[in-house]
Design a protein around this ligand. Sequence first.
Ligand code: C2O
Ligand code: CU
Ligand code: CU
Length: 547
Amino acid sequence: MAQSHWLSRRDFLKFAGIGAVGAATSDMSPGLSFVSKALAQSNASPDLEVRLRAVEREVSILPGTPTKVWTYQGEVLQGDAAALQTIPDSYLGPIFRVRRGQRVRIHFVNELPEASIIHWHGLVLPEAMDAHPRYAIAPGQTYAYEFEVINRAGTYWYHPHPHGATATQVYKGLAGLFIVRDDEEAAVGLPDGAYDLPLVFQDRSFDADNQLAYITGGMMTQMMTQMMGFLGDHILVNGKPEFELDVEARAYRLRLLNGSNFRMLKLGWEDGTPLTVIGTDGGLLEVPTERPYVTLSPGERIELWVDFGEWPVGAQLLLKSLSFRGVEMGGMMMGGMAMPESTTLPQGEEYSVLKVNVVQESTETSLLPERLSTIERYSLEDAVNSGTPRTFAIAMLNEGWTLNGRSFEMEAVADDEIVRANTLEVWEFVNVVNSDGMGGMGNMPGHNMGNMSGSNATTEDQMAHPMHIHGVQFQILDRIIDDAFRDGWETVSAGYVDVGWKDTVLLMSGERVRLLMRFSGDTGLYVFHCHNLEHEDLGLMRNYRIE
Ligand code: C2O
Ligand code: CU
Ligand code: CU
């Protein structure tokens, strides 16, 4: 990395309150047995070698008593110390900064009191590196990752993935960004260093003693919250409440991640200034594109180009989550019982998420590039199943969440969940209960959806699901919204950014979406699931096998 880059990184640290890990020493707890999984490791020394420990500790989030959290702590063992950046006083894990083509070795040390495993969300990796839930390691164990970063430049992230405990582990604080750079991106000349800011949005609730509060209430309330998803009372940005950003009057690149369990964001400036989107989950778009607001569901990333020079020094801007409808189901769930309100910040209500203060003049005039990257467009005709999309219908069945009528099973793969390596496929996710109650299953011979057709389906039954597929970056071919749901859909659809590479796609109630994806040559078992983490843990996840 060039010297100038390193210096600008310093400025960045000062600005965003982020410090490089540098020579941080973190002694490993004595008595831990470091049992490495038997994984083939190349003898070649990696470009970056990191020890990443998942530990319990305390951080100061609200004024007063510190909060017990679970967090990733990183330490560079080999390679550029600036490749890991900690966010001081935040529970978020260190930000990885790597280049495409680099070989990374990561020793994940589980110092938590329960099993865990790390998933690298958005990266295309061999199966054993992708962290299928069956690879979860027990407390005290180590899992050795070693992989080459083949993804294009983009904002990826990492978080735990043990089945049944992903929601609680992420909620306790386990998550971090994984930023990839490459030559194509460098040639564009986007704002860099201090002007390239990651913003991770998460909602949390706290008890009277400042400790994280998760699902509470009576048994029935807890069950229902679990089925719907958990909403917190505070919006934290980079792990901090009431987040304010001091900026210069110039252009910035903002990397946004919605790291919430269930909360959807519809982000827009309070003064109505449109947003200039430059990237999605899998990196830069081909050209910048404007949106009145952006819809960001859990797991998704959006990159923005914002010229704060359009506002005078002294201006204060509010980034809000604007109001929307159609995400949560109505009163139909569990025998018609209405969902109790579990948060002071209901889904779809308008509230502010971030304050920006334009504090300083700038002589820098960086122009928005006309072209950002080249994206090879997939076409439907090239898909091996172009005439018969692989369809997965989402439905609640016997009070559990299902894909084509099945909940997650650790090892099982059904016939319609097997794909071939190196092929281009079209997949369709269906979030519609048809008037015949068949949940879009009419064209799925061989599935007995008798239970579903028993429910008298109405628009009240549906809720939104951000669907995520491991092991690929896909392209969104098209969407169809059922007329009965159009009103709610129109409160968010202008904020979809469907033109870039994606690994997570929001399906609103009543929506179906077709995706084009090419599987890599890595065979094995991968998962796809709803990134509403309560849904994922409740089984809205399935294996698919590449063979
Ligand atoms: Cu971000 Cu399988 O998850
Ligand atoms: Cu993932
Ligand atoms: Cu879901």
